[in-house]
Design a protein around this ligand. Structure first.
Ligand SMILES: Cc1cc2nc3c(=O)[nH]c(=O)nc-3n(C[C@H](O)[C@H](O)[C@H](O)COP(=O)(O)O)c2cc1C
Length: 219
């Protein structure tokens, strides 16, 4: 399984980075491949809300801004599972995280029936790295869950970490990724709810006949 681990903090040796590293190690120990990227190293504009509210995000499912967004969007296509790690700022994901996901949601969640989001059914672990109080960490995770569902991803786990819980939560993150990489192909045999339409997504013939195992095969 190819797992995209996305962090979104300016601190290269902070809690967010430590969570990303624990996730990466879990993916490797789950006999899978990890690609780790820090969104803060990319040029990412925020959505400028084209025209009357929709632009090429709705008509072509691409963003018209000239920055690194297309290469990040392509990473979502290539990955088979995701880990999203953000520091908690004001009880929300970081501005960098939101800049990417606001635009990705417009492109992917606006796809018509029959043209699935590139995240559809892909297992996702969301991690909120908070300060000492941990205040707002749950709210941050709730926002990440909403995003995951709007994008059609398959939430696998939601984990909050503070400096006080760091030691054991880094182990939790590691173990969650080992489990996701080894158990997700089985989990994915279950029919997926389509969050955008409020009903179950149709199962393709290949999935009914064991195609999932092939799709989730370790690489
Ligand atoms: C602008 C800003 C807002 C923050 N808001 C919160 C918050 O609402 N709740 C919280 O527990 N920590 C908050 N923090 C603390 C960070 O979440 C915490 O320091 C976290 O470890 C940052 O990740 P890093 O170590 O990767 O920088 C905030 C920090 C900053 C810079």
């Amino acid at each position: 399984m190819k797992v995209l681990v996305m962090t979104s903090s300016p601190n290269e040796d902070g809690l967010t980075a430590a969570c990303g590293e624990a996730a990466r190690q879990g993916v490797v120990d789950g006999h899978s491949r990890a690609r780790v990227v820090n969104l803060n190293g990319f040029h990412l504009e925020r959505c400028v809300v084209c025209d009357d509210g929709w632009g090429t995000c709705r008509s072509k499912h691409e963003c018209s801004l000239d920055d690194d967004f297309p290469s990040l969007q392509q990473m979502f296509v290539e990955a088979e599972a995701y880990v999203w790690v953000t520091p908690v700022y004001f009880g929300e994901p970081s501005e960098t995280f939101k800049a990417l996901f606001d635009r990705l949601r417009r492109c992917e969640a606006s796809k018509p029936e029959g043209s699935a989001s590139v995240l559809l059914g892909k297992p996702t672990v969301a991690i909120a790295a908070a300060g000492g109080s941990g205040g707002g960490a749950v709210h941050c995770l709730i926002e990440m869950e909403r995003l995951a569902r709007q994008l059609g991803a398959a939430p696998f786990d939601f984990i909050s970490v503070t400096q006080g819980t760091r030691e054991y939560q880094l182990e939790t993150i590691h173990d969650a990724l080992v489990t996701m990489c080894t158990a997700a192909p089985r989990v994915m045999k279950e029919p997926l709810a389509d969050p955008r339409r409020g009903r179950r997504a149709p199962r393709s013939p290949s999935r009914r006949h064991g195609g999932d195992e092939k799709r989730g095969a370790r690489t």
